[in-house]
Design a protein around this ligand. Structure first.
Ligand code: PXL
Length: 290
């Protein structure tokens, strides 16, 4: 028998989806930056919005590539968002095209975030002791000026050394890494998530330091590494943290997922230019629910 409806049924309102703005490049080919951040943040349940810093035919690890700088477009995009009253629940920056864009990040943080929104800065500019092609010391100095606005800074060891004028070391002990993170916090960054911290052979890990104290997470070192693993780590970290995981939980999850992606990559020895995270995206969704 059909029940008579006494009230008009209201559509069920679901919990609001956090709207995150990520500013980094589009490398058309190469499994890095936005082609990594978007699927991962979506898998984390975020509404993703983008501000492309540049369009490259491939990432800069290829022997040749094109590069279109989009700096000129950014002020009018920001102005339009202001006119439309569009605000974001979090800001996550990755690879930026030049010093001017670093200044624009500060404007974004001031103008298009809801009160209390967190700013995540991945100072993506270097690895293995070297700056990526196209960056110089002026870019490093400009990047230092973003540290005071970072709720969470996500550098690798090379970037942390550059930002703190510390000579790069392949192998440092725990005290050296602790000091590196401390120096970054002294710039005004609230939390540092330092990747590639290795205190024992065959291991690597993450050091989280800041508001909640200090946490180390050590896991197996999977070699060879790959382009884009920093972007995979940072995207999972941001997605998990915005979802409500603690800094330590988000760091562990991001490290575990990056290892899964590297394991997938190693199944295809010819896949040299990026990490194959796509086959394990479904596992990320389950890891987030655990
Ligand atoms: O994954 C970092 C990254 C992002 N974007 C571009 C890059 C790199 C690293 O090489 O070249 C364009």
């Amino acid at each position: 028998m059909q029940q008579k409806k006494s009230m008009k049924q209201q559509p069920q309102k679901s919990a609001p989806t956090p709207r995150i703005l990520t500013m980094q490049d589009i490398s058309c080919v190469g499994q890095c930056s936005l082609t990594v951040a978007l699927p991962i943040l979506s898998a984390c349940g975020m509404e993703t919005c983008v501000l492309p810093s540049a369009v490259l035919s491939t990432h800069t690890g290829f022997s040749t590539f094109t590069f279109r700088d989009l700096t000129e477009d950014i002020p009018s995009i920001m102005e339009n968002w202001k006119q439309q009253g569009l605000l974001f629940d979090a800001l996550y920056t990755g690879y930026l095209g030049n010093v001017q864009q670093i200044e624009l990040v500060k404007e974004l943080a001031q103008n298009v975030l809801v009160p209390g929104a967190k700013t995540y800065i991945d100072p993506a500019m270097a690895d293995h002791g070297k700056l990526y092609v196209g960056f110089d010391s002026a870019f490093v100095d400009a990047m230092k000026t973003l540290l005071p606005i970072a709720d969470v800074l996500l550098p690798n060891i090379t970037e942390a050394c550059l930002l703190t004028d510390t000579p790069y070391r392949e192998e440092g002990d725990a005290a050296w890494m602790h000091t590196l993170a401390e120096k970054l916090l002294a710039f005004g960054t609230k939390n540092v998530v330092l990747t590639g911290v290795s205190t024992k052979p065959d291991t690597t890990g993450v050091l989280v330091m800041g508001e909640a104290g200090e946490e180390w997470y050590t896991h197996a070192l999977l070699t060879p590494g790959s382009h884009g693993t920093g972007d995979i780590f940072a995207s999972v970290f941001v997605g998990a943290h915005v979802r409500g995981k603690s800094l330590g939980e988000a760091a562990r999850l991001a490290a575990d997922f990056t290892c899964l992606a590297l394991e997938e990559t190693h199944k295809d020895p010819d896949h040299w230019y990026g990490a194959r995270f796509e086959p394990v995206l479904g596992r990320l969704v389950k890891m987030l629910e655990a």
